[in-house]
Design a protein around this ligand. Structure first.
Ligand code: FAD
Ligand code: NAI
Length: 475
């Protein structure tokens, strides 16, 4: 006997579980199928984000930042410590506990919203008059039928040809979050978001970290003034970033890994490390979905083909999050999940990709929304730029964290804010004001005229807005 639902969501990551909750809120009978297992084999909804992504990485970034402050900054505040040490097992245990709290929280939320949860893999079987048949296999073995299907099966780490992940020496994001003791020498291939975040964690704890990046430009998608400032700060901290390399071969030895590569000048180089993180992007995940059974279309990258509103070409089949085009971010997946549930209900939501914020949780943090200076120049759009350094901000000085700046870009004629780029303390929190401003099509003048609390880091955003009109008050 099959179980019939209005909406069946395959995947319980941020795209999937949020879509399921919203669909249930809108009155649909809803199921969510997710196969992630915790270390006891039980359900662990929340996907990559909760289990091996956003949440555990931020837990380790927090722990390692405390350690770094204790080691380097406390003395400036008159606090002296002796015999400082890091208990890596305890740090990892705390991270695991944070993950479990989130898994349990999601199970609770699904139950509270009356979403039926199935722990197992969901695969398409066929389409019938009643809807799409999905076979669940795993802890739950059931045939479920959904009038609407939302696919939210996420992504997995891309491996480097010839260097498969073994999660012992060659690590994906999963292994990078479970290194049992601080490696003396850590190699990272790819200086993107994961490389910089995970490289920072282990550098703070004492590893000698070398990051090898294929492109000649550091953080090419980031406004280059901000990227340069960040590069300077990371280099000063001791992160060794080599740009423009070409990886030739990765060889796993008994107790180390050797990377043979050509540097930017073309010279043959060798790097020997204890552990190697490979963070060269992620690939959409449709493994086990049996997309062929219903003819679900994938593109050449393996992503499910959808239109701007997350419709696949199959009637009543939708797809959201990392498994479709667009940035691979948890909040983008969530926005799409909510929007799809509302579209099924006949509503007309809109996801504005231009106001999806990006954050890199290094120290200094990097955050941005909207267009970069390079993009505006390439478009030939006339703009005004205003920057304000944290060095001139009273709160940042009191905190002892003055690296970086806020940069605002506004249309030369209308003064509409086109992009805000921040490198510095709590950039992840500061960017929210810029997102709101851009959603409301604010001008730089609007932000300049809003009263900001003193002393606060957010005054730097106001000052950057004033700088657009060349009238900063404190710089
Ligand atoms: P996922 O989170 O990947 O979830 C998909 C779920 O579907 C998984 O649980 C999977 O097991 C399940 N599944 C797959 N196939 C099936 C099937 N056939 N049947 C049943 N279940 C299935 N983003 C941010 O916005 N901020 C961050 O700070 C951030 N940090 C990150 C750090 C790291 C180390 C990594 C790797 C990623 C990070 N991301 C971050 C990206 C973020 O994790 C993803 O964008 C987000 O998880 C995508 O959500 P999703 O729902 O599309 O897919
Ligand atoms: P990424 O796309 O951010 O960076 C990959 C880097 O690897 C790029 O700089 C690329 O040029 C480089 N690269 C690719 N192939 C290479 C090769 N063969 N040799 C050397 N360098 C090579 O991908 P990453 O860091 O793996 O993260 C994947 C995604 O996960 C991110 O794009 C982001 O969407 C998400 N994420 C988001 C986070 C956040 O929001 N804070 C944190 C971590 C991940």
């Amino acid at each position: 006997m099959s179980k019939q639902f209005d909406v069946v969501v395959i995947g319980g990551g941020p795209g999937g579980y949020v879509a399921a909750i919203r669909a249930a809120q809108l009155g649909f009978s809803t199921a969510c199928i997710d196969e992630w297992k915790n270390d006891k084999g039980g359900p662990a909804p929340g996907g990559t984000c909760t289990n091996v992504g956003c949440i555990p990485s931020k837990a380790l970034l927090q722990s390692s930042e405390h350690y770094e402050h204790a080691e380097h900054s406390f003395a400036d505040h008159g606090i002296s410590l002796s015999n400082l040490s890091i208990d890596v097992a305890k740090m990892l245990g705390r991270k695991d506990a944070v993950v479990k709290q989130n898994n349990d929280g999601i199970l609770y939320l699904l139950k509270k919203n009356k979403v039926t949860f199935f722990h197992g893999r969901g695969s398409f079987v066929k389409v019938t008059d009643a809807g799409y048949e999905i076979q669940v296999t795993g802890a739950a073995n059931e045939l479920v039928v959904g009038k609407h299907i939302i696919v939210a099966t996420g992504s997995t780490a891309r491996s480097l040809p010839g260097a498969p992940f073994d999660e012992d020496r060659i690590l994906s994001n999963d292994g990078a979050l479970r290194i049992g003791e601080v490696p003396d020498r850590l190699g990272v291939i790819g200086s993107g978001v994961i490389g910089l975040e995970m490289g920072s964690v282990w550098r703070r704890l004492g590893s000698e970290v070398t990051v090898l990046e294929g492109l000649p430009t550091f953080l090419g998608a980031v406004d280059q003034q901000i990227a340069k400032e960040a590069h300077k700060a990371f280099t000063k901290q001791g992160l060794d970033i080599e740009l423009g390399v070409k990886i030739d071969k990765v060889t796993v030895g008994k107790s180390s890994v050797t990377i043979s590569y050509a540097n930017a000048k073309g010279s043959a180089m060798k790097l020997e490390v204890d552990k190697l993180i490979i963070s060269i992007g992620r690939v959409p995940n449709t493994v086990g979905l049996n997309a062929e059974a219903v003819g679900l279309q994938l593109d050449e990258r393996g992503a499910i083909v959808v239109d701007a509103e997350c419709r696949t070409h199959l009637p009543n089949v939708w797809a959201v999050g990392d498994v479709v085009r667009g940035p691979m971010l948890a909040h983008k997946a969530e926005e799409e999940g909510v929007a799809v549930a509302e579209r099924i209900a006949g509503q007309h939501p809109h996801v504005n990709f231009n106001t999806v914020p990006w954050v890199i949780y290094t120290s200094p943090e990097i955050a941005w929304v909207g267009q970069t200076e390079q993009q505006l120049k390439a478009e030939g759009r006339e703009f005004k730029a205003g920057t304000f350094p944290f060095m001139a901000n009273g709160r940042a000085r009191a905190m002892g964290d003055t690296t970086g700046m806020v940069k605002m870009l506004a249309d030369a004629k209308t003064d509409e804010i086109l992009g805000v780029h921040i490198v510095g303390p709590f950039a992840s929190e500061l960017i929210a004001e810029a997102v709101v401003a851009m959603e409301f099509k604010a001008s730089a003048e609007d932000i300049a005229r809003i009263c900001h609390a003193h002393p606060s880091l957010s005054e730097s955003t106001k000052e950057a807005a004033l700088a657009v009109d060349k009238r900063t008050l404190n710089f």
